[in-house]
Write a protein that binds this ligand. Structure first.
Ligand SMILES: Nc1ncnc2c1ncn2[C@@H]1O[C@H](COP(=O)(O)OP(=O)(O)O)[C@@H](O)[C@H]1O
Ligand SMILES: [Mg+2]
Length: 248
């Protein structure tokens, strides 16, 4: 479903992506791990066309993302941004139903609202939050609203950037289960960034580790514990000592 080959991206002298090769099968869940600032968010933004790579190629379902027609291309994706990125001036339900209120997927307002309430319920939020504004919610609630918005239009491919960061362990479990369900029940393809190892084990079919601008290791989640790769072992066990330098 997603295929990257030799993708590079620098910001001035900061060579963030130095040749990324990665394949994500359709109807599967890929989790990207790696230290802070290694370029995980930049990688997702490149796939979505929000950041333009300097080199390499990104194919979605065989189509080059740089050449795709933007509207129909973006309609196939859902994205949960790391910071939530909700619209401050829209009510919670209008944020969730954003795509359903405009464009090609436009629905009548009451229908869009009903779908928004259903998606909010799936992320553990009741109807009492629907008419609030994002500023009236806690950070964890905003995150869940962002997640409800990402799944509202039932996209084929969904990206989750740190979906459980800032959530308590129980709510993180709810979100992990939901991501898993989206893949198994809706047949979606998911790509998730996280440093939460509980989340990795709950969500992933495959794992890829980003280090120094390249995919250091990739494999089925079952091989995460057994791979001898010292970078992976240091990361998953959170050891201060190892080949990954703590100072970045
Ligand atoms: N728009 C941008 N302009 C300049 N530098 C950026 C931009 N976006 C990200 N970076 C830099 O790219 C690097 C990787 O960032 P990011 O992908 O956000 O890391 P993370 O792996 O924590 O998600 C960082 O050094 C960051 O400062
Ligand atoms: Mg990030």
């Amino acid at each position: 479903m997603i295929e990257l080959s030799g993708v590079t991206k620098s910001f001035g002298q900061n060579h963030v992506l130095r040749g990324i090769d990665l394949k994500v099968d359709s109807n599967s869940s890929m989790v990207i791990i790696g230290g802070s600032g290694t370029g995980k968010s930049v990688l997702l933004k490149c796939i979505l066309g929000l950041v333009h790579p300097d080199g390499g190629r990104i194919l979605l379902d065989g189509q080059d993302v740089e050449q795709a027609e933007r509207d129909s291309f973006l309609a196939r994706f859902g994205m949960l941004f790391q910071g939530g990125a909700l619209f401050d001036s829209l009510r919670v339900w209008e944020n969730v139903a954003f795509r359903l209120l405009r464009g090609a997927q436009k629905r009548p307002r009451d229908e869009a609202r009903a779908i928004a309430l259903e998606k909010l319920r799936r992320v553990g939020l009741g109807p009492q939050v629907a008419d609030l504004y994002p500023a009236e919610l806690s950070g964890g609630m905003q995150k869940r609203v962002g997640l409800a918005r990402a799944i509202a239009a039932e996209p084929e491919v969904i990206f989750f950037d740190e979906p459980t960061a800032g959530l308590d362990p129980i709510m993180a479990g709810v979100i992990n289960d939901l991501i898993r369900e989206i893949v198994t029940e809706m047949g979606a393809t998911a790509m998730t960034i996280t440093h939460d190892m509980t989340s990795v084990r709950a969500i992933a079919d495959h794992v890829a580790m980003l280090h120094r601008g390249k995919i250091r290791w990739t494999g089925p989640v079952a091989e995460l514990d057994t791979t001898p790769d010292p970078y992976v072992q240091q990361f998953i066990h959170g050891r201060a000592e190892g080949p990954i330098e703590a100072l970045r």
